[in-house]
Design a protein around this ligand. Structure first.
Ligand code: ADP
Length: 490
């Protein structure tokens, strides 16, 4: 019997292979760092060959630990979203470096499209905004600026894809050029409602339809690895972009169920079920799953600065030696003494979208010390999340509870403060690698080990810690009042 699910988790800074047992227990893992290339200010690139080589090495490492390919029931892939790879489908070789999601080089093109009035239509169709973040304008940039990409397009051998598409092409021995619907929904080229690429959006962005992958479900299908890679073929049956995978790993599968990942920044997704998201508060609409050709959707909002504020307290101010010390400092005082931090260190994300805003520390007095700053930094997470909650509710997606993960979610004080300020239950799984777990759940479902994602969640998710709201509403309102005033100053 094949005992394991192999997850390939392609992050921005590292690539990992993780082996899960059927009950969701992590059996083995391997990891390799990915080199970042910064050819110019605002540009971020990866070498697609390095992504493939390191993925293959990590996968071989854990497959050996599993006892060989026959012990692996299926592979699931989750990945950094929006990053674009261009390759030649006849040689299987990349034509240029990958342009990474963080890359801002296409801002002038986006600005031109916005100025021409295209954004409302694009947002209605795709759920996205005309921002360099998304894949489509990165494809156009390659066509305009890399002669090899243009030449391949003219010859009809150009293949564009996001990272899961590139890896699947390599894993299947160059047999399949596919992209799952969650990754495809981050390109600006896929309508939320349409099964396939939209010709008029392809024309608007100048991306040839022929270079795009076939869109596939997030689970199931008949793809398998080239038998030469791992000794025998392994089915590839699960796919999702990292934030969608984390949402699935947190079992946010019914409308209103919400997860927030607190890492460097914070990413929040609320499941919308089959309802098409239409934001009027500059939140994003995205595909959450596509199974048997049927989609579910999510509303997404992100905050730029979360854990990076704690890093700043540690590295620039020296207030703590390690991030987790913020918890004991916050507990050492009854309140922040009126100190409020607005963490707009690199602008404000959703729902404010103020790229030019900068950080503020308000309410300082001679009584303010390290502990007050640490506490105010943690409180800022709840304040930012509270603003997002309001925007989601205004878009018709109120939160029932909040399921948290990411490095910062280990902070119990912050988890309790979130519950208090949001007035809802906050849950934290014991196993916080929810992105990889979500990909494992998809792959296990796709391989027929479980009948559906709900059953996979039942079997594979572990115990939860729960935080219930306890704060007096007067205290909550007072804090929110101070936060709004400080926000005005930012
Ligand atoms: P990413 O995946 O974005 O690299 P992680 O999920 O690993 O980030 O989270 C790391 C971030 O969380 C760091 O910015 C760190 O400052 C913060 N962090 C980690 N542990 C704690 C803690 N116990 N309390 C507060 N912040 C923490």
């Amino acid at each position: 019997m094949s005992d394991y699910i192999l997850v390939l988790d392609e992050g921005t800074t590292s690539t990992r292979a993780m082996l899960f047992a059927r009950d969701g227990a992590l059996a083995a893992s391997a990891q390799a760092p990915l080199n970042q290339h910064y050819p110019q200010s605002g540009w971020v690139e990866h070498d697609p060959r390095e992504i493939w080589d390191k993925t293959l090495a990590c996968a071989r490492d854990v497959i050996t630990k599993a006892g060989g390919a026959a012990s692996v029931a299926a592979i699931g892939i989750t990945n950094q979203r929006e990053t674009v790879v261009a390759w030649d489908r006849t040689t299987g070789e990349p034509l240029t470096n990958a342009i990474v999601w963080q890359d801002r080089r296409t801002e002038p093109f986006c600005a031109k499209l916005r100025a021409a009035g295209h954004e409302p239509h694009v947002q209605r169709r795709t759920g996205l905004l005309l921002d360099p973040y998304f894949s489509g304008t990165k494809m156009r940039w390659m066509l305009d600026n890399v002669p090899e990409v243009k030449a391949a397009a003219d010859k009809g051998t150009l293949a564009f894809g996001t990272v899961e598409s590139w890896l699947t092409f390599k894993l299947t021995g160059h047999a399949h050029h596919v992209s799952d619907a969650t990754n495809a929904s981050r390109t600006l080229l896929l309508p939320l409602e349409g099964a396939d690429w939209d010709e008029s959006l392809c024309d608007l962005l100048g991306v040839p339809r022929a270079a795009l992958p076939r869109i596939i479900d997030c689970a199931g299908g008949d793809l398998a690895t080239d038998p030469d890679l791992f000794g025998s073929a392994i089915a590839i049956t699960g796919f999702a972009g990292d934030q969608q995978a984390a949402t699935i790993g947190q079992a946010c599968l019914a409308p209103g169920q919400t997860k927030a990942t607190y890492g460097t920044g914070a990413f929040v997704l609320t499941c919308q079920g089959e309802a098409i998201p239409q934001s009027t508060n500059r939140l994003l609409g995205t595909v959450l799953t596509q199974l048997g050709g049927k989609r579910t959707y999510a509303i997404e909002g992100s905050v730029f600065v979360a854990g990076s504020l704690v890093q700043w307290l540690r590295d620039s101010l020296g207030i703590v030696d390690v991030a987790s010390q913020t918890e004991e400092l916050a507990r050492s005082i009854p309140d922040s003494g009126g100190v409020v931090i607005v963490p707009a260190l690199s602008g404000l994300g959703a729902p404010h979208w103020q790229a030019e805003a900068r950080g503020v520390i308000a309410g300082l007095s001679f009584a303010s010390g390290k502990a007050h700053l640490a506490r105010a930094a943690l409180e800022a997470m709840a304040h930012q999340t509270h603003d997002l909650a309001n925007a989601f509710a205004a878009d018709g997606a109120p939160w029932q509870s909040l399921r948290i993960d990411g490095g910062m979610a280990a902070n119990d004080w912050m988890a309790q403060d979130l519950a208090d300020m949001l007035g809802i239950t906050v849950e934290r799984p014991g196993f916080v690698e929810t992105t990889a777990l979500g990909a494992a759940m998809l792959a296990a479902t796709g391989a027929g080990l479980y009948p559906d994602l709900d059953a996979a969640a039942q079997a594979m998710r572990g115990r939860l810690a729960r935080f219930e709201p306890q704060m007096d509403d007067g205290v909550r309102q007072e804090r929110l009042g101070r936060w709004r005033k400080a926000l005005g100053a930012a």
